[in-house]
Each structure stands twice: as C-alpha cells, then as structure tokens.
Design a protein around this ligand. Sequence first.
Ligand SMILES: NC(=O)c1ccc[n+]([C@@H]2O[C@H](COP(=O)([O-])OP(=O)(O)OC[C@H]3O[C@@H](n4cnc5c(N)ncnc54)[C@H](OP(=O)(O)O)[C@@H]3O)[C@@H](O)[C@H]2O)c1
Length: 347
Amino acid sequence: MKVLVIGGTGTIGSFVTQELWKRGYEITLLVRGLSRQVFPNELETSVVHGDRRDVSLLRTIAEHNFDVVVDLACYEPQDAETAVQTFSGKIEQYLFVSTVDVYTKPAAVYPVTEDAERNPRKSFAYAWKKAQCEEVFFKAHREKRCAVTIIRPAHTYCEGVTPLLQVFGWTTDHLDRIRKGKPVMLHGDGTSLWSSLYAEDLAIPLARALLNPVAYGKAYNIASEEIMCWNRLYEIVADVIGVPLCPVYVPARVLGQVFPEKALWCVENFQYSNVFSVALAKEDLGFATRTSYRDGVTRCLRWFAENGGFDNSDSPRFDFYERFLKVWETSMRSLTETLVRDTGSVG
Ligand SMILES: NC(=O)c1ccc[n+]([C@@H]2O[C@H](COP(=O)([O-])OP(=O)(O)OC[C@H]3O[C@@H](n4cnc5c(N)ncnc54)[C@H](OP(=O)(O)O)[C@@H]3O)[C@@H](O)[C@H]2O)c1
C-alpha cells in the first residue's frame, strides 16, 4: 500500500507513521520541517519538505500513485477543497483527521456518538473550520470522487507535549507550578469530564481504517475510555510528580472575561464535559485504550525531565498568572468580609 501522510511528524502523525511503517507500507511524508520530530530519523520513509498549501507541490505529489492520503494537517476548508480537487480520481481513499470538537457543546446527550449534531460555535474557530472541512470531504465521498474516512480524536498526547491541559492551553508552566507546590488554577469546580489518549493508541485503529471498505464514508470518535474529571487528572499528575496538589478554582466565565485569548479553549471547550462514544471504532477498527493515563503521564514527565524540563513558571512570561491569583484570592476574601460586615453573617 502506498500512503501519503500529510503531517506525519507531529503528536499523532509520528505514531501513525510508525504504525504504517510496522505494517510494511510504502510511506511518503509531507511536512514543512518546522515541528519537533517524535522519532527523528528512525523510520525509512520518503520525506517531502513543503507546505500542503503549496498547490503546485501538492499536484506534483499527487502524480505518485498513492492508494491513500492520511491528512493530519488540514485546518482550513480551502485546504480541504484543494485536497479534494488535487487527489480526486488519483487515490482510493482520503482519511481526514478531524476532531471531536466538531460536535455542538454542550452536547444534548452523553456519550456523544458520531451522529450527534455538529454545530460548533464560530467563536471556536478551530472547531468551526474543522466542521467545514468535514463537509468538504463528506461531499467528495457522496460525489464518489474518492472514498472518505474521518477520524475524530479527542485530546491526544505523547512525549514532548503536555499530557495535562490547563486553563491557558498548552504551555507546561502549570506542571512546573505543581512540581514547585504552587497553587494551580482549575476551571469551574474541577468536575467537568475529560479524557486524554496516548497517541500510540490512536495509530492502530487509524491504520486499520486504511483501504478498509467498512470504514468508507464513516466518521469515528477516538478517545480514551478512561474518562475522568479535571480534579482527578490533576491529582494523578501531582501524584506521579510526588507532590500534593494545591488547586484554586476559578469559573471559566471569569477566566474568559479577564483573558479572552489565553482562556479561549477553556471557555469554548474544557468547561464542558467531553464524553465520546467509541463503540463504533471498537467494533469496526478494534480500538482499545491500551495505555493508562498514569502510564502515559509517567512517560511524558520522564521525557520532560530528560529534555530540559517544563516552562519555568517563575519566568516574567507567566507573571500574569501570579498577579491574577493574588487579586482573585483577595477578592474572594473581601467578598466574604463585606457580606459579614454588612449583614453580620454570610447567610
Ligand atoms: N493532538 C490532539 O489532541 C488532537 C485532538 C483532536 C484532533 N487533532 C487533530 O489531529 C491532527 C494532528 O494533530 P497533532 O496534535 O498531531 O498536531 P501536531 O503535533 O501539531 O502535528 C502537525 C503535523 O502537521 C505538519 N504540518 C502542519 N502544518 C503543515 C502544513 N501547512 N503543511 C505540511 N505539514 C504541516 C507538522 O509538521 P511541520 O510543522 O514540520 O510542517 C506536523 O507533522 C490535526 O489535524 C488536529 O486537528 C489533534
């Protein structure tokens, strides 16, 4: 099988490439060469360095008789259109890696199945555009331009990225805060539900979808079956580090008002419960959660220890965090004090 992997060196793509390589497929990677490689120079693959938005490059690549394109780097509907136009009639299957964020939040019913409403808010641009990309690919499938399969991962991590997201997204200063025993912010009261999957566990079902007619025209949720509230995720990480957790709870709405950009993903996403059915992926593609969160966290923290550590939470870059916490704690104290002063008690 000849496979073009667009974006095969990132968090998910590295494990996908490794899995396809194990299966003896002939692999070509298209990447810009900007991202850190999880398995540098380990696998025998052809690598084309270039931007998937370079239409003439994409056209040249499309002449190489691929059976399948696995697309891990499509974020814009225009790029989906270009891909469909370029590869139609030249490949058997296009596998688009989308996201579970295409579903309407909060969901009407949990767990969210693949046929749930997909109407993400426009203010959550990433999700909104991914949903548009899906429409482009589904249309190509309906028009029989190529068979399309869509994989919708929930949060997926591996060595080199944080296994634990935070109210401000993807930096690792919160891990440094936990390590140093500093207070760390959690949104709401830490009880919304979330799951995080080790990337290797996604690669196997994805590989099984390739040239598999059962998967044609279908979308699959892929998410860890270890569904936990944020408090538990944070407790596990603190436990692996070997320190007690000092959580400070702040409503997502407050974070969004004060930090409209930094807290965007928290407001649009993390504050809601994220529980997805993986029954279809289990049935069709043999998906299983093989790596426990604790084991995945242990691997990632070891990687950080061996590769320069976390973002330093004492750096001036993160002064905003400390300043907010100080004002927040003072405001909460003064709320109670004012109520007691004015009425003699809080109740
Ligand atoms: N990780 C998650 O939690 C998660 C969850 C849901 C969905 N997804 C989806 O899964 C896909 C992969 O995610 P990831 O976390 O593995 O991403 P990632 O770590 O950022 O990797 C992205 C890959 O795409 C390549 N790339 C990016 N822009 C490119 C371009 N314009 N042209 C060519 N190559 C490009 C990158 O290499 P270069 O930078 O060197 O080009 C890298 O190999 C994405 O589509 C994402 O939306 C991820």
